[in-house]
Design a protein around this ligand. Structure first.
Ligand SMILES: Cc1cc2nc3c(=O)[nH]c(=O)nc-3n(C[C@H](O)[C@H](O)[C@H](O)COP(=O)(O)OP(=O)(O)OC[C@H]3O[C@@H](n4cnc5c(N)ncnc54)[C@H](O)[C@@H]3O)c2cc1C
Length: 317
């Protein structure tokens, strides 16, 4: 079922969902299942599976270091199919512009369609770790709005090479990313919101936000989006802070602000175990307020580890 149908059927009740990251190449998928298992009792109607960018690895050959490019966490669509089959739950693969030609994207979408995957998150992807700025692949999409257009075209039976009189068209429900504190490259929040509106106008059906730790940022974002004519569901993405290092890392990577109160509570901690507990408690309070305000879904960034998300879900759902 589509994410938007799940939201509609919930009739105002806030749903629980989460995002997982594929394991590194060579790792057993069982570890992923071990992290999903405890979260299934909270009945997520859908689970997102991220896609990672390629990266450089260095391999020693005859005394010299050979630089190779590879995706260390492949298998997004395979994992979506495996989880869908194992848990009977909808899965949402993240589809990226970066690292894919439009042709490869088309093949990937055809695979998803055959597998009965009805939702996709359309994302540009970040720059590769050695790049300062995002560089699109030759023959690939430059921005998420172009990817949305490609998916929407496919839904209309328009393939890259021709328009097909398809008797079984895809009907993907398309999610896109939104940034309550602005995307790091956007010159202003207003411009970023205009870009978000373009994605919706091209066919995006719902929005999932970047993580935030101050709910007022999300409420303001939803209000501004409505004023800008964006009328699709805006799902808050939330993450419990878990280590002392997150205090620097999260603002650095995602360009988000952390509230003073959260910073001071984390700074008082003597170990990461204490930080983790502060993160869980903060996230529970955030979740309660978002739920009371009628958020359609609470979408947790689990980063592959479920124990803190489980603790939060136990308190909330
Ligand atoms: C919910 C969520 C899930 C994510 N999952 C993944 C994942 O699985 N894998 C991964 O690699 N990354 C993921 N990301 C990160 C995302 O790929 C990055 O934030 C990326 O830098 C931007 O992606 P986007 O889809 O928002 O890009 P876009 O919507 O294309 O926007 C990128 C930037 O370009 C600007 N822009 C947009 N259109 C135009 C235009 N026509 N002309 C000029 N500027 C424009 C925007 O304002 C913005 O600053 C995720 C992010 C979120 C919020």
């Amino acid at each position: 079922m589509k994410v938007t149908e799940h939201i509609k059927n919930a009739k105002g009740k806030t749903l629980f969902s989460f995002e997982i990251v594929p394991p590194k190449k060579g790792k057993n998928i069982q570890e992923l299942y071990n992290n999903i298992d405890p979260l299934m009792e909270f009945q997520p109607p859908f689970i997102d599976v991220t896609t990672s960018r390629e990266e450089y690895v260095y391999v020693e050959r005859e005394g010299l270091l050979d630089r190779q490019i590879t995706r260390m966490r492949p298998g997004t669509v395979g994992i979506c199919a495996a989880i869908k089959h194992k848990y009977n739950v909808d899965t949402v693969p993240h589809v990226l512009c970066g690292g894919f030609t439009k042709q490869e994207t088309e093949y990937l979408l055809v695979d998803c369609h055959y597998l009965g995957i009805e939702n996709v998150m359309a994302l540009r992807g970040d720059a590769m770790s050695h790049q300062k700025y995002f560089e699109p692949s030759e023959g690939g999409n430059n921005y998420a709005c172009e990817l949305v257009e490609q998916i929407e075209n496919l839904n209309q039976g328009k393939y890259l090479h021709d328009v097909i009189e398809a008797d079984h068209k895809s009907d993907f429900c398309i999610g896109v990313a939104g940034y309550p504190e602005k995307h790091l490259e956007a010159p202003s929040l207003k411009t970023d919101l205009r870009r978000l509106k373009e994605k919706v106008d091209k066919g995006a059906d719902y929005i999932v936000t970047q993580m935030f730790f101050d709910n007022s940022k999300y409420f303001k974002f939803v209000e501004d989006a409505k004023k800008a004519g964006i009328n699709v569901p805006i799902i808050p993405g939330i993450k419990p802070i878990a280590t002392m290092r997150h205090l620097q890392l999260l603002p650095q990577v995602f360009r988000i602000d952390l509230p003073e109160q959260l910073i001071s509570e984390v700074e008082k901690c003597k170990s990461n175990a204490e930080v983790r507990q502060v993160g869980v408690e903060w996230c529970i309070e955030q979740s309660k307020e978002l739920m009371d305000a009628g958020a359609p879904v609470l979408h947790y960034y689990s980063m592959g580890k479920s124990s803190n998300v489980q603790q939060i879900a136990e308190a909330i759902f």
